[in-house]
Design a protein around this ligand. Structure first.
Ligand SMILES: *[C@@H]1O[C@H](CO)[C@@H](O)[C@H](O)[C@H]1NC(C)=O
Ligand SMILES: *[C@@H]1O[C@H](CO)[C@@H](O)[C@H](O)[C@H]1NC(C)=O
Ligand SMILES: *[C@@H]1O[C@H](CO)[C@@H](O)[C@H](O)[C@H]1NC(C)=O
Ligand SMILES: *[C@@H]1O[C@H](CO)[C@@H](O)[C@H](O)[C@H]1NC(C)=O
Ligand SMILES: *[C@@H]1O[C@H](CO)[C@@H](O)[C@H](O)[C@H]1NC(C)=O
Ligand SMILES: *[C@@H]1O[C@H](CO)[C@@H](O)[C@H](O)[C@H]1NC(C)=O
Ligand SMILES: *[C@@H]1O[C@H](CO)[C@@H](O)[C@H](O)[C@H]1NC(C)=O
Length: 677
């Protein structure tokens, strides 16, 4: 035996030898190698014809005999050297080409070539036969319609092409060459089929995962479908592949074979999560083979909700941001550092539960009773632990303003002190106003030396500088008490009428009693009418002669009076029968009284006018006497007579005229005398 082949052919050659020895001892029925007879499979295919069977049997016997003779005569067996690739890879549906190379000194005519495959049960099934005379594709095999064989023995290279490769084609294909001179040789190639799987999908666990779970919890599921061969799934956490660790990380893959024969793989990741896993990104990677390479695809990243208990809480007033005042809407908020599946925040005030709907609690229209410590509690059902925190809320308040004074009534000339303030939790400021005008700042209002003008309504406004919108106010009515003050001055007036109405008005509190007294003995007491400024009293005097009327106003603080002197004037020349309405017309305006000073001026003017008239008359009398010539016609002793006569005239005149004229003449006469001298 010549055993001098490469490792691939070595075993084949040995087995061939073994089979040959078996066939020689007529126990070939047990052999695992198909019969060298080229028509042996044909027998199975064409069992219906007896003739063919006979021919086949005859041929087999002949070939067996020939082979036996060949072995016996040569003494040494020379195998055909067949070279084939270990494996050929092809995508599902593509074509696969299996090349068979052999070396032989024989021409093609002296060779028999067969293609076979090894069935899953280990049997060999021929699919192609070729010799010098024929090329036969075996009928009834899965390859009957899908194979073609190219090339001839002349080149020493034959290619079996399998089209539309199926998953079942993943078999070992045998190229068997028999040369009459060089003997027999075979090569084997395994066909590998590949299918690219679908894009993998990942499904994250939607519910939160508690860190306090005892066993690894499901994190996600990764699935890849329709791959061949089976793809692998690897889980990643933050770009680091996860490895199984008992009790910590657990990845369970399950493979299903689809009806198509393709594999689908589902992998479930279970792990014990920690708080840090809340920020981790998970994904899975699928590796799969393709002809000549290993490829991989990644799923999208996903994160998980990790539930971990609160270790600390915080409670605070979310709004208002500044100081709280009564009437405000106060929003309390509570938050913890944990992320439990079911954190139930409970708000308590004065040890009493007030709410637990959410982590927000709102107090509407707060009052000072809402002040105090507010506590937020959270209970973690996983750990059965309770965490709490508190905050103090203070509601500021400002009560109604209160004005305090010793007495609302103040005596004229004295001092009034009033204080105004409101009870408040904060510092207050007071501002005083009178008739809308600011008059003073500070809680205490001091009014010195009060007058009747001081009386009126005062308003104090109490504010809280720290909270602008807090304000309250109150009113203070001030009455000034004191003796009456009459506005009118003492007056002298004339009246041409029979009656005069007099007015007397002034201020004084309480309202004074008014007593009108006249010089003719009348006394009238009345209560005055109150006016805006104070009081007023009217009085009608009947003027028959000069009369004096006194208005005396008095109250408990004192009295004031005013005197009206009325001079009665009776006019005969101009008797004006005027009637004055007592109620409506005031005496002063209705009958303008003539002042006494004015009257004396008029008398002087009248006297001067009368004097001038008298002088004019005297002048004209003297002129008349001169013209008659009784005195002026004589010469010599003219001056003496003239003097005497003039003296006589004066005497006469004095006797005849009234006293006023006499005075005037007297004056005149003296002048005349001096001028003469
Ligand atoms: C096989 O032969 C056919 C025709 O005989 C030819 O069309 C085809 O290209 C050949 N294939 C190879 C791989 O040589
Ligand atoms: C987790 O995923 C959600 C939505 O997918 C995203 O809004 C969130 O920001 C992610 N968290 C982290 C920590 O990446
Ligand atoms: C899948 O994993 C197995 C076992 O680790 C390995 O033998 C095989 O080559 C892997 N397949 C791929 C496609 O990586
Ligand atoms: C707010 O509360 C006070 C008493 O505390 C009440 O008088 C007032 O009417 C309330 N206001 C509103 C708007 O409810
Ligand atoms: C509020 O919390 C503080 C510390 O957080 C604690 O000292 C105090 O006793 C608590 N007060 C109440 C009323 O719970
Ligand atoms: C009235 O008074 C005036 C001066 O005031 C006086 O001259 C006159 O005589 C008086 N008349 C009477 C009637 O007394
Ligand atoms: C005015 O009246 C008061 C009280 O009746 C009295 O005391 C006072 O003397 C009176 N004055 C005059 C001027 O009559």
């Amino acid at each position: 035996m010549c055993i001098m082949f490469t490792h691939k052919s070595l075993s084949l050659s040995l087995s061939l030898t073994h089979s040959l020895s078996l066939s020689l001892s007529h126990t070939h029925t047990h052999t695992h190698i198909p019969s060298l007879s080229p028509v042996a499979p044909l027998v199975h295919s064409f069992t219906d014809t007896l003739t063919q069977r006979r021919i086949a049997m005859a041929l087999r016997d002949v070939s067996s005999l020939l082979l036996g003779l060949l072995v016996l005569c040569c003494g040494a067996w020379a195998d055909v050297q067949v070279n084939m690739e270990d494996k050929v890879e092809a995508f599902l549906g593509d074509s696969a080409q299996i090349t068979c190379m052999f070396a032989s000194d024989d021409g093609i005519g002296a060779m028999i070539m067969q293609w076979l495959y090894v069935t899953r049960s280990g049997d060999k099934q021929r699919i192609y036969y070729q010799d010098a005379t024929m090329k036969v594709v075996d009928r009834g095999t899965p390859y009957t319609d899908r194979i073609s064989v190219n090339g001839t023995g002349a080149t020493g290279e034959v290619v079996l092409t399998i089209s539309n490769v199926q998953l079942d084609d993943e078999l070992e294909f045998i190229c068997l060459i028999k040369s009459l001179t060089d003997g027999i040789g075979e090569g084997r190639t395994r066909l590998r089929v590949f299918a690219t799987p679908n894009f993998p999908t990942v499904e994250a666990v939607q519910t939160g995962i508690s860190v306090s779970e005892d066993d690894p919890s499901k994190v996600g599921t990764c699935e890849v479908k329709n791959g061949y061969p089976k793809p692998n799934i690897t889980w990643y956490r933050d770009n680091t592949p996860l490895r199984s660790r008992p009790g910590e990380v657990n990845m369970v893959s399950s493979v299903t074979t689809e009806s198509s024969g393709l594999f689908s793989v589902v992998s479930e990741l279970r792990m014990k999560v920690t708080k840090e896993d809340k920020d981790a990104l998970f994904y899975c990677e699928v590796t799969y083979f393709v002809p000549g390479a290993t490829l991989m695809t990644e799923t999208s990243r996903f994160n998980i909700t990790v539930n971990y208990p609160h270790t600390a809480l915080d409670i605070w007033v979310e709004s208002p941001k500044g100081k709280i005042k009564e009437g405000d809407r106060v929003e309390l908020q509570c938050s913890g550092d944990g992320n439990p599946a079911s954190s139930i925040f409970t708000f308590k005030h004065v040890m009493e539960e007030i709410g637990s709907d959410s982590n927000v609690y709102v107090l509407y229209n707060v009052s000072r009773r809402n002040s105090g410590v507010y506590e937020c509690t959270v209970f973690d059902p996983d750990t059965a632990e309770e965490v709490f925190q508190n905050t103090t809320v203070f509601v500021n308040y400002l009560d109604s303003a209160v004005v305090m004074t010793d007495d609302r009534k103040v005596v004229h000339g004295e001092q009034l002190t009033a204080t105004c303030n409101a009870l408040s939790s904060l510092q207050t400021e007071t501002t005083w106003f009178k008739e809308g005008e600011e008059i003073s700042k500070g809680h205490t209002l001091i009014l010195n030396d009060v007058t009747y003008d001081t009386a009126g309504t005062y308003m104090c406004v109490v504010t809280v500088p720290e909270i602008e919108s807090m304000t309250t106010s109150s009113l203070l009515h001030v009455d000034v008490e004191g003796p009456p003050e009459i506005m009118e001055q003492d007056t002298e007036l004339e009246s041409y009428d029979k009656s005069v109405q007099l007015t007397c008005h002034g201020k004084g509190y309480p309202a004074p009693q008014i007593t009108w007294t006249t010089s003719d003995g009348k006394v009238v007491t009345s209560t005055p009418t109150e006016t805006e400024e104070g009081f007023e009293s009217l009085f009608t005097v009947h003027v028959t002669s000069n009369i004096t009327a006194v208005c005396n106003a008095s109250n408990k603080y004192g009295a004031d009076f005013v005197t009206y002197n009325i001079k009665a004037i009776t006019h005969t020349t101009t008797p004006e029968p005027t009637t004055i309405s007592q109620s409506t017309v005031q005496a002063e305006t209705a009958i303008p009284p003539k002042k006494i000073k004015k009257e004396s001026n008029g008398v002087i003017i009248a006297v001067i006018i009368i004097c001038i008239l008298l002088l004019a008359i005297l002048g004209s009398v003297l002129y008349f006497l001169y013209k008659k010539g009784k005195i002026c016609g004589q010469s010599g002793k003219q001056d003496l007579t003239k003097e005497k006569s003039s003296k006589d005239n004066i005497v006469v005149e004095m006797k005849s005229d009234n006293t006023e004229e006499a005075i005037l003449l007297g004056v005149n006469g003296e002048k005349l005398l001096t001028s003469d001298q």
